[in-house]
Design a protein around this ligand. Sequence first.
Ligand SMILES: Nc1ncnc2c1ncn2[C@@H]1O[C@H](COP(=O)(O)OP(=O)(O)O)[C@@H](O)[C@H]1O
Ligand SMILES: O=C(CO)[C@@H](O)[C@H](O)COP(=O)(O)O
Length: 465
Amino acid sequence: MTLVAGIDSSTQSCKVVVRDAETGALVREGRAPHPPGTAVHPDHWWTALRQAVAEAGGLDGVAALSVGAQQHGMVALDEDGGVVREALLWNDTRSARAAEELITELGGAQAWADAVSSVPVASFTVTKLRWLAEHEPDNARRTAAVGLPHDWLTWRLAGAGEIGSLTTDRGDASGTGYWSPATGTYRTDLLKLALGHTPLVPRVLDPVGQAGVVDGSLFPGAESVRLAPGTGDNMAAALGVGLRPGDVVVSIGTSGTVFACSDAPSHDASGVIAGFADATGRYLPLVCTLNAARVLDAAAAMLGVSVGELSDLALQSPPGADGLVLVPYLEGERTPNKPDATGSVHGLRLSNATPAHLARAAVEGMLCGLADGLDAIGLEPSRVLLIGGGARSEAVRRIAPSVFGRPVLVPEPGEYVADGAARQAAWLLAGTAEPPAWESGEPESYQADRVPGLRERYTEVAAMA
Ligand SMILES: Nc1ncnc2c1ncn2[C@@H]1O[C@H](COP(=O)(O)OP(=O)(O)O)[C@@H](O)[C@H]1O
Ligand SMILES: O=C(CO)[C@@H](O)[C@H](O)COP(=O)(O)O
């Protein structure tokens, strides 16, 4: 049996799956946590990756490997390949002002949407580079190369050679703010506009290009493991879940994302839709919120219960939580672009001041933000697929259709980012025009009546944040 490994180095943890390259059957898996915070030294990802691979029984028998990882994080390297400072992650909002400056300097939001298919907010790498130039000029000057989490991990796996050997893929490159999905080229003028000079950037591989070979000294027993290009975690999830035209995926991880596939690049000057590329040569219009699964974690912590108990509580409350509304902007927000906003609870009365109502309001508030994303994507979807850690919550699965106003399909709980990376690795081995078709189980269908007035109440209250 030929094996492939897929890695998901996401915000909260690193997950590894080892699968049969031909059928996609799961053979073994592992995981390891990442430290909290919105600025993390990349060495922590490397440590977690090695731990997770060890927990998955190493790379024995693995013929190809691919890394999917959280998008956008700024990994600044000096000319010897040393890490210049902690990476600023996608959910670090310190570069919000830098984003505004850059938009003005290029001539407005439409100019960015035309240039790179997205209007930058604090999440985008380009804004983090501007922040670096303004706040840490010495570090900015030392920055000889800039990459993303998956680029850096892939480079480390290949033995961390010269910085000139860094590679990336079109999916992750499209989240930088200095690579155009429409032309497939870097906009070095925008890099220079942000940082003041033009650092080296990773070579963008084709969807089935090879990034190198895993350094044999890293994992005893692993021989000639080919490295696929890797990609951003959302692009990997699209591959993992088998995204089809007409599908919309709602992913509830640390971030909440709503995305679809498209044959043409998008150029949304409102900034709501990020016009990403995908990992197959197509496009992946995507809406992202900063507040998703961790809203559930926070609500559970406030109520002194586990996330499982939070789910039970939420399902005890009537739909709409008798008018209690929780706006979940716990980390500021990206969509809508309110980096300094905070969360809030509205409509509190004696009659709804119960743990069950608060639990329901947390689930509904988080889902309302994603429902806005679904509307913005502007498709009449044939299927809405719910994935990510938050989709393991029964309350989320049962309440989502009542907020979205449409049925929701929940694939078997799994690590779809790591699975998508594994599928990309299998694609590299197969060398076919399309990724290999892997068997997948039937998703479970959830239906519920739309809750009257819920979205309207949420919209009114969220506008005040
Ligand atoms: N049964 C569950 N109910 C609610 N939340 C859950 C459940 N299982 C996992 N989660 C949440 O999912 C999140 C992790 O999801 P994941 O998709 O792995 O995130 P990321 O990829 O961003 O690291 C955590 O915040 C965790 O609390
Ligand atoms: O910023 C985005 C997408 O634009 C996020 O989706 C990150 O890619 C982080 O993903 P998770 O860790 O939440 O999966």
